[in-house]
Design a protein around this ligand. Sequence first.
Ligand code: FAD
Length: 297
Amino acid sequence: MTSTINQLSGQLKEQQPLARFTSWRVGGVADRLYKPSSIGDLQCYLRSLPVDEPVIWLGLGSNVLIRDGGIRGSVIYTRGCLKGLRDAEQGEVYVEAGVPCAHVAKWAAEKEMFGAEFLAGIPGTMGGALAMNAGAFGGETWSLVSKVLLINRQGELIERQADEFDVAYRQVSLADDEWFVACYLKVPAGDKKQSREKIRQLLAARSASQPTNMPSCGSVFKNPEGDYAARLIEQCGLKGKQIGGAQVSEKHSNFILNVASATAKDIESLIAEVQKVVFEQHGVRLETEVRMLGEEL
Ligand SMILES: Cc1cc2nc3c(=O)[nH]c(=O)nc-3n(C[C@H](O)[C@H](O)[C@H](O)COP(=O)(O)OP(=O)(O)OC[C@H]3O[C@@H](n4cnc5c(N)ncnc54)[C@H](O)[C@@H]3O)c2cc1C
């Protein structure tokens, strides 16, 4: 491994605390954190790893709860890298996994494309948005995708059409050993002014209804069919409920905030408590939207 590692041009950090890489500001230590310098460099890194090394990906860490015991193996970290964004053939847009969603929304608006505005309010990377089928205000990531470029555990690149995936609400079928390195989006032509105005309205609506100034991961739970998780949580009187440094937001009850140096354990305990109370009072099992990663202490 060492001789290949010496040829790599990305950044490798060992024993790296992950809290500052997540929007909740919690999480233990990763054995290895790798920020590739390019897709080619990422291929080399994956090929250099022992076959039994676990690999996990992290974008902007805005939809993960990394447990306090941290992550064994390698974390591939795309923030600030894999940032290609350009016009592609047939009016499509090529976007690499590390590009922030907000950047894609603004870029598309300036290019007179209409339909990607909802991405402006998603504080993650394009890779994370593909993995989660992130959506807001009626828009969903995969409604724009025509094809994707994947990388597998052996470092091979694979192109797949969007219709090769099962896509649902905050859910995409993705093999355990494949990840997104880029996608091609098809965004219809539109008017720059209209897009800019839509982005402005959407961001204003968001800051009026969400506690965006506190560490969170956005909505913790998926909305059950035909209902809203926030409504059920609020009806159970759980607004403001606190365990350790984790608190159910007073402003938006599907948000859990890190209000006082919370641990991942505090947050996970509060998630379990909300699920228990909602089930007892409404008979509904709330499923988490946020992904739990890593080991407990
Ligand atoms: C204030 C706030 C508001 C939010 N509002 C919304 C909203 O309106 N709508 C919405 O859908 N979400 C929302 N979110 C959640 C989050 O921003 C999205 O889910 C986003 O798409 C996550 O992107 P990320 O880069 O941060 O992914 P991460 O949190 O880093 O990762 C999320 C998951 O994707 C996987 N992953 C990351 N990159 C890749 C890749 N390249 N290939 C394969 N798997 C990958 C990770 O392993 C992990 O399982 C919000 C979050 C916050 C903090």
